[in-house]
Design a protein around this ligand. Structure first.
Ligand SMILES: NC(=O)c1ccc[n+]([C@@H]2O[C@H](COP(=O)([O-])OP(=O)(O)OC[C@H]3O[C@@H](n4cnc5c(N)ncnc54)[C@H](O)[C@@H]3O)[C@@H](O)[C@H]2O)c1
Length: 263
């Protein structure tokens, strides 16, 4: 089945699906014929997201869960497996935390653990929970979300929070995917990573709001770093996720695909 075809593509779990890239990914996968299992800790946002995905005619359901909790992740995957055959897992939930801090001396253990757990441990937890299902059916597509910040960025903290921990976690996701893809290569399971740069979700979404509320000089400085002169829209990242989650991407595994407008 091509990435654009509709049909019964099985169940796709999408984390961080209440807004931004996760919501765009849920919409993209629905358009490819997946039944979409939306996961987020934001109950109200998740309900709105679910309604918008279903409004397009998709089969979709939702599950409130904290992606850093082993118990909640395992329960979410169990519920998804009872709902449909898990053919795809798309880990999008993440972020750099609420505390905007640049210097290492300002990062306490709690800040560090928060960002590492949210971005990296969550990916490990979800992959560990879905792999037995994918192994049993000898088929699966896993797509994780890194960031151009995995290579570091010069200058002041802008739309980011605890940037150092965030860069470490997002680089960790690339290494995690490289290894897991090799471990699962003979099981019919692919593991890939998308590496976006600045990406704006729907109006009112977190990063769009942070970006739009930057002082003009700071916003222009960010734009001047972007070769295309603009951030990505969330649907542009979702299109790459959709390809990697599709049956068509059967011989693509272990890659970290930049979706960054030539950054
Ligand atoms: N937007 C960007 O500029 C950008 C760039 C590169 C990478 N990324 C990465 O892409 C992903 C999505 O980014 P976004 O901008 O769409 O973010 P977002 O903040 O709009 O969405 C993240 C979602 O994750 C959910 N979430 C946060 N903590 C959670 C938890 N503990 N359990 C369950 N859900 C939780 C939030 O409620 C939210 O709905 C993140 O991993 C982010 O690091 C984003």
């Amino acid at each position: 089945m091509s990435a654009a075809n509709k049909g019964d593509a099985g169940c796709a779990i999408v984390t961080g699906a209440a807004g931004g890239i996760g919501l765009a990914a849920a919409r993209q996968l629905a358009s490819q014929g997946f039944s979409v299992f939306l996961v987020d800790r934001d109950e109200a946002g998740l309900q709105t997201a679910l309604e918008s995905v279903k409004a397009g005619g998709a089969n979709a359901t939702s599950c409130v869960a904290d992606v850093t909790s082993t118990e909640q992740v395992n329960a979410a995957v169990k519920a998804a497996a009872e709902w449909g055959r898990i053919n795809a897992l798309v880990n999008v939930a993440g972020g750099s935390g609420p505390k905007r801090v640049r210097d290492i001396e300002g990062i306490d253990d709690t800040d560090w653990d928060f960002v590492i757990d949210l971005n990296l441990k969550s990916v490990f937890l979800f992959c560990r929970a879905v792999v037995p299902h994918m192994r049993a059916q000898r088929y699966g597509r896993i797509v994780n979300t890194s960031s151009s910040y995995s290579r570091g960025r010069k200058g002041p903290v802008t739309t980011q929070g605890t940037r150092l921990a965030y860069a470490a976690a997002k680089a960790g996701i690339i290494g995690f995917g490289a290894q897991l893809s090799k471990d699962l290569a003979d099981c019919g399971i692919t593991v890939n990573t998308v590496v976006p740069a600045l990406t704006l979700g729907e109006p009112g979404s977190r990063i769009r709001s942070r970006f739009e509320n930057l002082p003009d000089a700071a916003r222009n400085a960010v734009l001047s770093e972007l070769p295309m002169g603009r951030p990505a829209e969330a649907y542009e990242v979702a299109a790459a996720i959709g390809f990697l989650a599709s049956e068509s991407a059967s011989h693509v595994s272990g890659i970290a695909l930049p979706v960054d407008g030539a950054l």
